[in-house]
Ligand binder design. Structure first.
Ligand code: AP5
Length: 233
């Protein structure tokens, strides 16, 4: 671990120097919050979903394997995801810490991550659990639209762009993810309950878990996350 990155926000003046993990069901707001937090601390936002989608759009061998699995709303096998993550956190921009979004997602991934972080000399991770009633996420998921160019996340119901289908920031086209169709939401939620929800107990046992009520507004959730992360940095 090298010297830490400096946060721009005065309330978070200390460096991050660790991994922050966002845990929560599809549509809980992991991407929305992880991106902001990473920006605040000047560290990479590592979304395994985005990394896999990038592989799909570039038609890499990993993308070819992941595409049908993601289209069904199932998890990509641990071995593929772990290799991708291990390679990514070797890069120098991760030396000051990073924010995971959607990783780890199984107990095996969490165990491997623990070993990897210790090997690289990081402090134990901070885990933010975005807790939300699954009944609330359907509207968030089916309403989500993402800018093709800069990845900005909108919602046609709750956070619409000024012009339909167009990103406010850069005029890019807004797309709907193939797995955000209503019929794929149920299998994604089932995969979360079966394979990822056990991580709540796993990280609680390790004393790393901070639960946040993710049914609140985006600014309210963000405020709570800032309190947790800035208090621990
Ligand atoms: P991934 O891309 O990680 O998707 P996900 O976990 O299903 O989560 P989402 O991106 O749907 O939701 P989010 O919590 O990020 O919410 P967001 O902030 O966008 O994974 C996709 C697939 O890739 C998986 O199914 C799997 O196949 C594969 N995969 C990825 N990682 C893997 C791994 N580690 N292992 C194996 N397979 C893996 O917000 C959603 C919407 O809600 C937006 O419109 C937003 O504007 C809105 N919103 C956000 N917060 C609020 C709020 N507080 N109030 C109102 N609206 C809000």
């Amino acid at each position: 671990m090298k010297a830490g990155g400096i946060a721009a926000d005065p309330r978070c003046a200390k460096p991050l120097d660790r991994a922050v993990i966002f845990l929560g069901p599809p549509g809980a707001g992991k991407g929305t919050q992880a991106k902001e937090l990473a920006h605040k601390f000047g560290v990479p936002h590592l979304s395994t979903g985005d990394m896999l989608r990038e592989n799909i759009s570039q038609n890499t061998p990993l993308g070819q394997l992941a595409k049908p699995i993601m289209a069904r709303g199932e998890l990509v096998p641990d071995s593929l995801v772990l290799k991708m993550v291990a390679e990514r956190i070797e890069k120098p921009d991760c030396w000051h810490g990073f924010v995971f979004d959607g990783f780890p997602r199984t107990v095996a991934q969490a165990q491997y991550l623990g070993v990897l972080l210790a090997q690289h000399g990081y402090k134990p991770p901070l885990v933010i659990h975005l807790a939300i009633d699954p009944a609330l996420v359907l509207r968030r998921i089916t309403g989500r639209r993402t800018c093709k160019a800069d990845g900005e996340i909108y919602n046609i119901y709750d956070r619409p762009p000024k012009v339909e289908g167009i990103c406010d920031a850069d005029g890019g086209q807004l797309d709907q993810r193939p797995d955000d169709r209503e019929e794929i939401v149920a299998p994604r939620l089932r995969a979360y309950e079966k394979q990822t929800a056990p991580l709540v107990a796993y990280y609680k046992r390790l004393g790393r878990l901070h639960s946040v009520d993710a049914s609140q507004s985006v600014p309210d959730v963000k405020r709570r996350i800032d309190e947790i992360v800035c208090g621990a940095a």
